[in-house]
Design a protein around this ligand. Structure first.
Ligand SMILES: *Cc1c(COP(=O)(O)O)cnc(C)c1O
Length: 831
């Protein structure tokens, strides 16, 4: 096709609107749905499967999304304002269909269209397989940000990896986690558009050649060992009442399909193998919520997607006739953690080696392009790559990193930094096997560095990046995380959303701070009653789901006490279990006074190689089995482990929770976003002063939050004084009884060694100080039980929690990024 200067709008005019291909009325949807079913899928009604029906509807809605999407592309390329490229190795978008219907405001029309055809929208929504392209919080945050970027109309592209197998599916067999592969593409993916014409070559391995060319320019050539092609797959991400943005994910392929004429039989098979090896790069997501060093394929994944994305951006920039020296004026690139931080070296390589830019100018542009979001203080999670590995896979990048480092350290010497400080700040860690500190590379190569909650940003400056904060105080800032209240309230909790809209209108969909108006209804008895009815309905729905998934019958009138998130020692799922064991022992002792009947609900995946996390799951299922089958006990408490926690399941759970467990050891959870999703849906929080809990408590009021446990400072002090967990075991009879129960015949069904590793871990090291916080947690639970019996007070607090959640919309986070980091103005590009 020739290039045209006609606007998209004029093409739409020729297509016709309203009654045309992509109208939004019930009749248009029906017509197009049938069209897709017959002519796209070639199905006759008698033979359609539920997946055919889902796919036909998804394609129908995708066309409507694409109509908006082409408009945004046009805007992105033509406008002069700075656009945002979000680099993330993970996304967890959740199911698309329901969200797109909400954003297009055609939920009712679609439902009606389907009803007329004798079909049910809810069944269709259930059919969708979600893209599990992330591990948990970090990937979900990226997707919440996409929703807000789109809704706020900020020209942006979300770059990432199209993993063929996403996060594993979790099953529970005999109480243990079992992993199976997530074949999310097995029925096809109606939401994506493959772009064979958008592809780039990415090099690996080999060596470099240094020379001085004709004009005396120092030139480096990279002679790679292998090359791989990355092809773009685009998914439109709509915003609410707006055009939406692109999520562009890269798939790896062999560079050239092989040529029959030049290969003999033996080489033919070798060529096929080579093709398969190339495709390996984007085969599977690493199922670890921390970083893994040493995994060569992981480094290749990171470099692969970053290189494709940067080449794509340079291409977008230059084909618009713009000069590379203005690159940073046209783009800001946000690095979601250090996973994409090799981009700093890659952009330098592209500028200096491939576009013949001088080093100083290239460095200037690079440093004004990137901004880096840190997500963790856990020392074991700070990403490092052995110099030997990085040099073998990316020889030219290692040279560039050395060059950046030598100039940086020179600067530090000039400024009078001490030898110790210089060694600490170097991009190369010389302790033990030399390795590249990716957080340092990201920090040096960025114009802004942010943490994800006030507390985390403060600790980041005082601990992990302390020296850098001293050198560049202006570079450091905070942007507290947020969640999209459209997916996690409007879409997943329609009962509550409708009740709220009835009282304060629908303005909250684009302005969550308007929830403040609900405060005046907090004590209104009629409103409280309806508030409780909605919660009960959500709990009934979850009760049904629990029954289907686990076979366990629970009572929706009970307090639903919920901890759902990745399983990790620092998140302290086992602290909640210790309390449940205490309740069990009390009930067996006949001391049932002051216990509010509770259902304890857990869900979450453990990294497949993380033994203690898997043992914690085994502990939960053992306690569940014991409690649920005991007639004496199960009138008071039940325990449920829901397998395979993902976004779809999360959307069922948050709306049904009464109590949200946010009980990580203070200083370990950077922000948390589950805490926000629970509170937004009316759960009260029991939590520590960690991550965004601190700010949630500030916002909702300390009287509406169950606080317990040590602060960051107290934890440090406990450690400094020489924490001896055994002492707590010895001196606290209740705790001793609970811990000893871990090796009881009763719990372990005779396999008394089963939980020993956990028991020893707690008694000997207890790195997350559960034993120290145990009493504080238990007594706060007593308060929870007491309040639960006062329905009016509980409901009032629940309403006030929701009313004061305005700050935690990801719309606010994105506005903060615009103002504090990207220096762009959110301008809503309405139709
Ligand atoms: C929100 C969310 C998370 C993050 O939960 P935290 O409680 O913040 O750890 C993880 N996984 C899914 C599917 C989520 O929706």
């Amino acid at each position: 096709m020739k290039k045209h200067n006609r606007s998209i709008e004029s093409y739409f005019e020729s297509l016709g609107t309203g009654a045309g291909e992509v109208g939004l009325s019930k009749e248009d949807i029906t017509k197009d749905f049938l069209h897709k079913l017959f002519y796209h899928l070639g199905r006759v009604p008698a033979l359609t499967t539920s997946n055919d029906i889902y796919t036909a509807m998804a394609l129908t809605i995708r066309d409507r999304a694409l109509r908006k999407f082409v408009r945004s592309i046009e805007k992105f390329t033509q406008q002069d304002a700075r656009g945002i490229a979000y680099f993330s190795a993970e996304y967890l978008p959740g199911p698309h269909l329901g969200n797109n219907l909400l954003n297009l405001e055609i939920v009712d029309e679609t439902k009606a269209a389907l009803t007329e055809l004798g079909l049910d929208l809810d069944e269709l929504l259930d059919e969708e397989e979600e893209p599990g392209l992330g591990n948990g919080g970090l990937g979900r945050l990226a997707s919440c940000f996409m929703d807000s970027l789109a809704t706020l109309g900020i020209p942006s592209i979300a770059y990432g990896i199209r993993y063929e197998f996403g996060i594993f599916k979790q099953e529970i067999r005999e109480g243990w986690q079992m992993e199976t592969t997530d074949k999310w593409l097995h029925n096809g993916n109606p939401w994506e558009v493959m772009r064979p014409e958008i592809s780039y070559v990415v090099k690996f391995g080999g060596r470099t050649e240094h020379s001085t060319n004709g004009q005396n320019r120092y030139q480096v050539d990279w002679l790679p060992e292998s090359e791989i092609k990355g092809t773009a797959y685009d998914t439109p991400i709509l915003g609410y009442q707006s055009n939406g943005i692109i999520m562009r994910l890269w798939k790896a392929e062999a560079v050239e399909s092989f040529d029959f004429s030049v290969y003999n039989m033996g080489d033919y098979y070798r060529a096929v193998e080579k093709k398969l090896r190339s495709e390996n790069i984007t085969k599977v997501l690493y199922p670890n919520d921390e970083n893994l060093s040493g995994k060569e394929l992981r480094l290749k994944q990171q470099y692969f997607f970053v290189s494709c994305s940067l080449q794509d951006m340079i291409n977008l920039h230059t084909t618009q006739g713009r000069e590379l020296k203005n690159f940073h004026e046209k783009f800001a690139i946000q690095l979601n953690d250090t996973h994409p931080s090799i981009a700093v070296a890659e952009l330098m390589r592209l500028f200096v080696d491939e576009h013949e830019m001088e080093w100083d100018e290239a460095w200037d542009i690079t440093r004004n392009t990137f901004a880096y979001t840190n997500h963790t203080l856990l020392p074991e999670a700070l990403e490092k790559w052995a110099v030997s590995l990085l040099g073998r896979i990316l020889p030219r990048h290692l040279e560039i990193i050395y060059e950046i480092n030598s100039r940086f350290l020179e600067e530090l010497r000039d400024k009078g930094f001490s030898g110790d400080q210089i060694a600490r700040m170097s991009l190369i860690d010389e302790n033990g096997e030399p390795s590249v500190r990716m957080a340092h590379l990201a920090t040096v190569g960025s114009f802004k560095v942010n943490g994800v909650s006030e507390l985390h940003s403060r600790l980041l400056k005082s601990q992990v990046l302390n020296d850098f904060a001293g050198l560049w105080p202006q570079k450091f800032t905070n942007v507290t995380n947020g969640v999209t209240h459209r997916r996690f309230l409007a879409m997943s909790n329609p009962g509550l959303a409708n009740l709220i809209s009835e009282k304060i209108g629908e303005g909250w969909l684009t302005d969550l701070t308007s929830f403040k108006e609900l405060e005046k209804l907090a004590e209104n008895e009629d409103f409280q009653k309806r508030w409780r009815e909605v919660k009960l309905q959500n709990k009934q729905a979850l009760t049904q789901f629990i029954k289907e998934q686990t076979g366990v019958t629970v009572d929706p009138e009970m307090l639903f006490d919920v901890q759902v998130k990745r399983i990790h020692e620092y998140k302290r799922q086992h602290l909640m279990v210790l309390h449940i064991i205490d309740l069990y022992l009390r009930i067996k002792d006949g001391k049932t006074e002051n216990i509010a009947a509770s259902t304890f609900i857990f869900a979450g995946k453990a990294a497949p190689g993380y033994f203690l996390a898997k043992l914690i799951i085994r502990l939960i299922t053992a306690v569940a089995e014991l409690v649920n089958e005991d007639e004496e006990v199960n009138r008071f408490i039940k325990v449920v482990f829901l397998p395979n926690f993902n976004v779809k399941q999360a959307q069922r759970i948050y709306p049904a929770a009464d109590l949200s467990e946010q009980i990580s050891m203070a200083g370990k959870e950077a922000s948390g976003t589950g805490n926000m999703k629970f509170a937004l849906n009316g759960a009260l929080t029991i939590g520590t002063l960690d991550g965004a809990n601190v700010e949630i408590r500030e916002e909702v009021g300390e009287e509406n939050f169950f606080l317990f446990g040590q602060t960051t400072e107290e934890i440090q002090q406990t450690r400094n004084e020489g924490y001896r967990p055994y002492q707590y075991y010895e001196e606290n009879p209740k705790l001793k009884k609970v811990l000893d129960f871990l090796s009881s015949e009763e719990l372990t069904k005779g396999d008394t060694e089963l939980f020993k590793p956990l028991y020893h871990n707690l008694l000997q090291q207890d790195p997350y100080q559960l034993l120290k916080d145990f009493d504080s947690y238990c007594s706060k639970k007593e308060e929870v039980f007491k309040l639960w019996n006062d329905k009016k007070e509980w409901t009032k607090k629940s309403i006030l929690n929701v009313a004061r959640m305005g700050k935690f919309s990801s719309d606010r986070s994105i506005r903060d990024y615009c103002e504090k980091i990207w220096n762009v103005k959110p301008v809503k590009l309405k139709e």
